[in-house]
Design a protein around this ligand. Structure first.
Ligand code: XMP
Length: 321
């Protein structure tokens, strides 16, 4: 790999931001560039860098796929707009739920989300924009994982189904490619992004679909979204790498108001981890677990069972899907 990492110790965020803004401005010239904002620290930092470099010649899209956490699309768009970036919120919820219809296998669900985003929605937005440059938040770790064969390659053009030979002149700009995540967080802070963005805990690309076992319908996503609100409120002060609420596929008997209630089960996972490669369940106090159970069963309609995962990764994975 010929790429050189800029380590956290070597990073001068002010100089880095200036260098990258100059490079983006030089590459794009008088043209237009586009990028997709997800609300994660990488895509938010890229949005701010390109906004500084290009101003109104940057078109940023936030695609609402319908599977994000409560209020997330509007919250992220508002934050970036407050930071000065012009972000267009694109409602693609129907397309994503249509693509997820009838799908239960975890990998098939993930593929449906990837295909809908790249092949259907984002490729349409890129074509309509008239841009000849795409900005992407690829980081150094992504490149390492690609070279090691852990993840498929990150070339967005191939994912968009664009033939680079035919689409001669189209360039991908990856301003963060020499940084690892801790360095990206420093740059994001120096770009003026708020802590809620630069210190964001990890959240998976397939969003709440990773937390629904079986078919991810609108109704089932709505249920796990509500459970996630409760979970994030109860565990807010807990020092953990990541926590999640998972909706199981099976319904099970419960009782409410003296009657049988055939209801839903929510599994809670809370992980201690350094790098997500291995993880152990956080030793949550029992009172916290009881609070989770009380609130989930009273505030999330139909939930009759709440369990806490006590298995480590491996052999578990952190997400359920
Ligand atoms: P697993 O479930 O593989 O998760 O133990 C490890 C870490 O990766 C996150 N994760 C994902 N992130 N797209 C993402 O952007 C994905 O498809 C995906 N799957 C898992 C997970 O949240 C955890 O932090």
């Amino acid at each position: 790999m010929s790429l050189t990492e800029i380590t956290l110790a070597d990073l001068n965020p002010v100089a880095f931001i200036k260098d990258q803004c100059d490079a983006i401005a030089a590459t794009v010239g008088g043209g237009i560039a586009v990028n997709a904002l997800s609300g994660g620290v990488d895509s938010s930092a890229v949005t701010m860098l390109a906004h500084r470099a290009l101003g109104s010649r940057l078109k940023t899209f936030f695609v609402d796929n319908g599977i994000m956490r409560e209020g997330e699309p509007q919250r992220v768009v508002n934050i970036l707009r407050q930071c000065g970036a012009a972000v267009e919120l694109v409602d693609a919820r129907d397309e994503f739920f249509d693509a997820l219809k009838g799908k239960t296998d975890p990998e098939v669900k993930r593929q449906a989300i990837t295909d809908t985003f790249y092949k259907a929605v984002f490729s349409r937005l890129v074509k309509q924009s008239g841009a000849r440059h795409l900005l992407q938040g690829t980081i150094y770790t992504d490149v390492e994982e690609t070279v090691a064969g852990i993840k498929r390659q990150h070339n967005i053009l191939a994912q968009l189904g664009i033939d680079t030979a035919k689409e001669y002149g189209y360039t991908v700009i990856e301003p963060l490619i020499q940084l690892r995540k801790p360095a990206v967080r420093v740059v994001a802070k120096a770009l003026g992004l708020p802590e809620e963005i630069y210190n964001r805990p990890p959240f998976p690309g397939p969003a709440l679909v990773a937390r629904v076992i079986g078919e991810a319908t609108r109704e089932r996503i709505a249920l796990v979204r509500k459970a996630t609100v409760v979970l994030e409120e109860v565990l807010a002060g807990v020092q953990a790498f990541q926590y999640m609420a998972i909706l199981h596929n099976d319904r099970i008997p419960g009782m409410r108001d003296g009657k049988r209630d055939y209801g839903f089960q929510i599994e809670v996972r809370c992980w201690d981890s350094k790098d997500a490669v291995s993880a152990t369940p956080t030793r949550l106090p029992f009172e916290v677990l009881e609070k989770l159970a009380d609130r989930m069963t009273s505030e999330v309609p139909g939930v009759v069972s709440v369990t806490y995962n006590i298995a480590s990764k491996p052999p578990s994975t952190m997400e359920a899907v």
